[in-house]
Ligand binder design. Structure first.
Ligand code: ADP
Ligand code: MG
Length: 488
């Protein structure tokens, strides 16, 4: 695999709690503080825009300065258009692909679903497309399904329109006369499924000779669905001097044929198949008799919010929510008896900081996709290792660090030990100790497995418990051992 030049992922500044809390205060329109000035200085000096990650560690706040779209070469009008939709920080596939694609190079990208490929090609396409004569688009996106065509159009259209370019979708099962009318008006960028596009070409409603920018999206699915002969027939009619961007979840033999035949020295970017970067997640298992659990949970939430707290039952979730609120910690419940709008409101409350904790049951958790969850608390221990992995996966998302605490009543300790054994944790329960949550050198760690997989591929055989420090060198040594194990 060859990697071309890439901007750094992010730069992180850690400030002390006192001054950085001012940064948070300022977000709510109050004082300007030392830390805010620091952020401004860095922004001016380095040209990067700060994202403040609400990660608390050792009483410190982390301010992460991310690579921006502008730094990757995206023109300002498009940067502003993206920002209007809340898209400010490029995803890894975008960081990898944009510099090459914007330089006009062919590109062959392998990345998993949900990694953000659509923007990675929509931005360059919106820029490279030129004004089309009737029936002669200048840019083409080939997609396997009509759903995908519609999705791509939703992402591409606002960018294209910012640049004064028109977009239209073409796929079967729709009125072809409408397609013909639109083409007569002129379509700059065509997003099409191969079948309907070939139809329009055969009827001479559309010619591909002016197409100088081509995207083949989901090339593997295109191959699976038997579209390759049509795709080739269409590509053969596009301009010779052409930029071709190809995206696929796999780059096997069929797709490779397209790469070799239709791409010129493409930049290759292959992203790992994990759909998101996982941060460093520390796991704690604390003994807690029933009477103590609410107070411990409250203290954890206070220390590490935003939090997601899991209970076994819906009634348990409602009860704990009331108890937390009574104890001065704002919480909202999310479970099967609550309506979709109540759930959505609860999620929004957590993201916006209006509540510190969501109290959830397992089923409800499947719909929770919130970044920057500081801690997951298993108030009731999970029923299985699978549930443990799934619940715990709510933190440590999008590269942020996270903490997971399981509160273990005496009658559940043997279940929890068996979960520890399966997931390759040390079988051990500690006494509750809030101080160690802030100390990043403590806790059990394992390589987080994606939700739903019951056995981790790797894990630490001798993780540190409460208060036990592990130096960077032992960590490095362990990683080496792990690497060696994995290589075997
Ligand atoms: P893929 O084509 O790789 O499966 P998509 O392009 O459909 O992935 O993107 C997945 C989701 O991520 C979409 O909901 C999209 O809006 C969102 N997304 C993509 N890039 C960004 C970004 N830079 N910032 C925020 N959200 C993004
Ligand atoms: Mg896609």
């Amino acid at each position: 695999m060859r990697q071309t030049h890439q901007a750094p992922d992010s730069i992180t500044i850690v400030t002390d709690r006192q001054s950085s809390s001012g940064v948070f205060a300022r977000r709510h329109g109050r004082v300007r503080t030392h830390a805010q000035r620091l952020v401004t200085h860095v922004r001016i000096a380095m040209g990067v825009r700060p994202t403040i990650a609400g990660v608390t560690a050792g009483g410190k706040r982390q301010i992460t300065l991310m690579t921006t779209f502008a730094q990757l070469g995206v023109p300002r009008d498009l940067v502003q258009r993206l920002a209007r939709d809340g898209i400010e920080t490029p995803f890894p596939v975008q960081r990898a692909a944009l510099p090459d694609a914007l330089s006009g190079r062919d590109l062959c990208g392998r990345a998993p679903t949900g990694s953000g490929k659509t923007l990675a090609f929509s931005i360059p396409l919106a820029i490279s497309a030129t004004a089309a004569a009737p029936g002669r688009p200048t840019a083409l996106v080939l997609v396997p399904t009509r759903e995908l065509a519609a999705q791509v159009a939703d992402v591409l259209r606002p960018l294209a329109e910012t640049r004064g370019r028109s977009v239209a979708t073409f796929y079967g099962g729709t009125n072809i006369a409408r397609d013909q009318r639109r083409l007569r008006h002129g379509v700059d960028i065509a997003i099409a499924c191969p079948g309907r596009l070939a139809d329009l070409v055969r009827r001479s409603d559309l010619r591909l000779g002016e197409v100088r920018s081509v995207v083949i999206d989901e090339a593997d699915r295109m191959a699976d669905m038997g579209f390759l002969p049509e795709v080739k027939w269409l590509l053969d009619q596009t301009a010779d001097e052409r930029q071709t961007l190809l995206f696929s979840a796999t780059l096997d033999r069929d797709v490779d044929v397209l790469v070799r035949r239709y791409q010129r020295d493409p930049a290759r970017h292959e992203l790992a198949s994990a759909p998101e970067r996982r941060g460093d997640v520390r796991h704690y298992f604390w003994q807690a008799v029933a009477g103590e659990r609410v107070e411990i949970a409250r203290d954890i939430v206070r220390t590490m919010a935003p939090a997601i707290v899991f209970t076994r039952t819906k009634r348990g979730a409602d009860r704990l929510t009331r108890q937390l609120n009574r104890h001065g910690v704002r919480a909202a419940a999310i479970h099967g008896n609550r309506s979709q709008s109540q759930r959505e409101r609860a999620l929004a409350d957590l993201t916006k900081g209006r509540v510190a904790a969501l109290v959830a049951t397992d089923v409800a958790a499947r719909g929770i996709h919130v970044d920057n969850v500081g801690v997951v608390v298993h108030f009731d221990p999970p029923a299985s290792d699978k549930d443990y992995v799934h619940r715990s996966g709510r933190t440590g998302r999008a590269g942020a660090d996270g903490v997971v605490v399981t509160l273990v009543p005496p009658d559940r300790s043997s279940d929890v030990r068996s979960i520890q054994r399966t997931l390759d944790f040390r079988e051990h329960l500690d006494t509750a100790d809030l101080r160690c949550l802030r100390d990043r050198s403590t806790g059990h760690r394992r390589t987080a497995a994606p939700a739903g997989r019951s056995t981790p591929r790797s894990g630490s055989r001798r993780p540190a418990g409460n208060g036990q420090r592990r130096s960077a060198s032992t960590r490095r040594a362990r990683n080496r051992r792990r690497g060696a194990r994995a290589a075997r």
